[in-house]
Design a protein. Sequence first.
Length: 366
Amino acid sequence: MRTVQERIFNFSAGPSVLPLPVLERAREELLNFERCGMSVMEMSHRSREFDTIIARTETGLRKNMGISEDYAVLFLQGGASLQFAMAPMNLYVKGKPIDVIHTGVWTGRAIEEMAKVSEYRLAGSGESVKFRRLPQPEEIKLNPNASYVYIASNNTIFGTQWRSFPDTLGVPLVSDMSSDILSRRIDVSRFGLVFAGAQKNIGPSGVTVVVIRKDLADRGSKNLPVMLQYRTHMEHGSRYNTPPTFGIYMAALVMEWMEREGGVSAIEARNEEKARTLYDWIDQSGFYYGPVERQDRSRMNVVFRIKGDKEDLENKFVREAEQAGLSGLKGHRSVGGLRASIYNAQTLEAVNALIQFMKEFERKNG
Ligand code: PMP
């Protein structure tokens, strides 16, 4: 077994690195949580202890994201992928097509689900430029009568990220924030619904966080399956059925870690520094390059390649990086290349270790 000192630098896109103090705290509390004589995994989701835990998670999320009482915070299952279906099932209004801005694989998946239960329009798409940039404002045509506008704030696979969000002129904006939630300050009041699988910036996989304006949670038909109505989970405080209790507990620890680190603005500054350090280094390199247009580059998922798109060399890079204690650097199977995910819990130390490795690899293979 590896000791803490032997932990590797983990650049996985998700599930991904968690803050070490969080893992240590979870280990300390594992067998006997706050002297209740059992683990969080073993306690009823209706116990007093768990009431406190889920309240801690919700309070922490509300504080870190600045979520007002006009919004419900829900802890669901089914991953972000279930939200691709739940959002249109609950929020689509007949005769008012959803406006989608298509920016990669994950909006593509959302569109497939939307098409089954609603009408939609492509209000913008990056497909013709292979998703190497987001649609420019003048390429986006929004319909003021849409049920909602759908985007993904960060595109985990292509490595693009919305810097500022489209002005939807009062139409609810819905965003998949799986890969950049809590990474920067956002104005939640601009959104009708935000969702994120936990496994990047919130905690372990198995929990999906949904932040939804309360009036929208009530929009869905009561004929939908009860588990697929936002209303059900809002009315039952995410405990209509058994929620993923251990994941919710881990998320509480992550929220409290964030607050100790100085909150989302401090985390955002750190994320900026990590991303700048890595992109600046890639940009001055004659060996590597970043395929994404600069203004749209993600601060969470840094996509890069070896010049000439040399796949064999990229595979070698991934193998040798792994041996050097840097894991998870292979690009997504659908696009190839290389990718370093540098979520909130990633350290500048890890980024610098990656740069050192990249230099060494270039020296030997350039
Ligand atoms: N959306 C985005 C932006 C993602 O990065 C991912 C997973 N990497 C998903 C959706 C799918 O999430 P899940 O596996 O939780 O369904």
